[in-house]
Design a protein around this ligand. Structure first.
Ligand SMILES: Nc1ncnc2c1ncn2[C@@H]1O[C@H](COP(=O)(O)OP(=O)(O)OP(=O)(O)O)[C@@H](O)[C@H]1O
Ligand SMILES: [Mg+2]
Ligand SMILES: [Zn+2]
Length: 371
């Protein structure tokens, strides 16, 4: 058997400071521990793979650590930390709301809660996917949540805050976890790549991070997938091929054709895209983003609004110098019309082709107007 461990598990943060992109939450939690001002019930909400379970575990471990550092991190060597790390802690209970969602499960839990901790000061109950609890289980839980014994702390986690009944919400201190920013994800991936002995292009990691859509766990899974495919050197091209995303280059070329008023070349690029099996609507949206980025990089003040790697940013800046803003705005309105009409169109390819012809005629249109 191979001892391969997926990166998402291998690199689960063990301290508050290594949790990526949630500094206001980890900061608040650390302060609460430091000032001995802990709530008895926490609710961690946010989309999947952003660090809710991870943070819940760190919080549990840190509260019970006998030897916390000045930075309010767990020591990882005291009896409490060791028993937590080996999964034998008698003070930290983890329950998965998805598989233990009956009233009986909750009643068992409530029985246990009454017994004071044998080691340390607190008993901590992490209930993951808490929105999956049945209604009657929720109700049974409510009383305990209302008047918990002094030593009990609850950390509830969910991706679906709207499914949590208001009576529970109002009894918890609520933390909304952010989706992780592309830059934070790609920086984190770079660190992990180094640890894994993988050489990866910044552009490759950036693209991968965009694809993860704010979820770090997804980013790490995609990273594993690409390393399996590409080996220890990961290039931009590997990621493109593996994730089936359209290269920036296509958009640069389409805009170039539009500026040269070269309809045939624009149509041939589209054909190429179709032949590679890409979806037309995606292409339209990608081209819209491209024009938007061209507009944004016309002014240094809005450069930061661009979500592309630095090397490619320079290419955008150069292309944007060749097109004036009013033409970009016209292009955006042509594309937004295609986007709206796309779903109802009987011949979406023709719709895009006509759109491309319009883009190639924008210069003429402008000249006529200026007469
Ligand atoms: N903010 C983060 N910083 C560092 N790593 C993270 C972060 N969020 C997620 N990860 C990575 O993804 C893995 C899964 O994270 P975690 O279980 O905490 O997500 P979650 O928010 O509980 O997701 P779900 O809603 O799917 O349960 C972690 O083991 C870690 O590798
Ligand atoms: Mg979780
Ligand atoms: Zn400790």
């Amino acid at each position: 058997m191979s001892d391969f461990v997926v990166s998402a598990r291998k690199y689960r943060p063990q301290t508050f400071d290594t949790v990526v992109g949630q500094t206001s939450i980890t900061g608040t939690l650390k302060n609460a521990i430091k000032n001995d001002h802990l709530a008895q019930a926490f609710l961690f909400c946010g989309s999947r793979g952003v660090g809710k379970t991870t943070t819940a575990r760190i919080l549990a471990k840190t509260i019970n650590c006998f030897n916390r550092s000045e930075q309010i991190e767990a020591c990882d060597v005291c009896d409490s930390c060791v028993s937590f790390n080996t999964g034998n802690s008698l003070n930290v209970y983890e329950m998965d709301g998805a598989s233990n969602n009956s009233v009986d499960d909750i009643r068992n839990l409530i029985e246990q809660i009454r017994i004071a901790p044998q080691l340390g000061t607190h008993k901590i109950y992490i209930i993951d996917e808490v929105h999956m609890l049945s209604n009657s289980a929720f109700n049974a839980f409510l009383k305990t949540l209302e008047e918990p014994p002094k030593h009990a702390i609850f950390i509830l986690a969910t991706t679906e805050k709207h499914k949590i009944i208001p009576t529970i919400l109002s009894r918890c201190q609520i933390f909304d976890f952010n989706r992780i920013r592309v830059k934070d994800i790609s920086d984190h991936l770079a660190v992990i790549a180094t640890k894994e002995g993988v050489t990866a292009d910044p552009e490759a990691l950036h693209l991968l991070a965009m694809k993860a859509d704010g979820a770090l766990r997804d980013a790490l899974s995609i990273f594993d997938q690409i390393v399996t495919f590409a080996g220890n050197t990961v290039t931009y091209k590997h990621v493109l091929e593996n994730l089936n995303v359209l290269d920036y280059d296509y958009y640069f070329k389409v805009v170039e054709s539009a500026e040269k008023e070269d309809i045939p070349s624009a149509l041939l690029i589209l054909n190429d895209i179709y032949q590679k099996g890409f979806d037309g609507h995606n292409f339209v949206n990608g081209l819209t983003d491209h024009y938007r980025d061209l507009l944004v990089c016309k002014d240094v003040r809005t450069l930061s609004l661009m979500d592309v790697p630095e090397t490619i940013q320079q290419k955008f800046v150069e292309q944007s110098k060749l097109i004036d803003s009013s033409r970009i705005l016209r292009a955006l309105s042509v594309l937004s019309k295609i986007d709206v009409d796309y779903k109802s169109s009987k011949n979406p390819r023709l719709l895009i082709e006509v759109g491309l012809m319009q883009l190639c005629s924008l210069k003429q249109e402008q000249e006529k107007k200026n007469g």
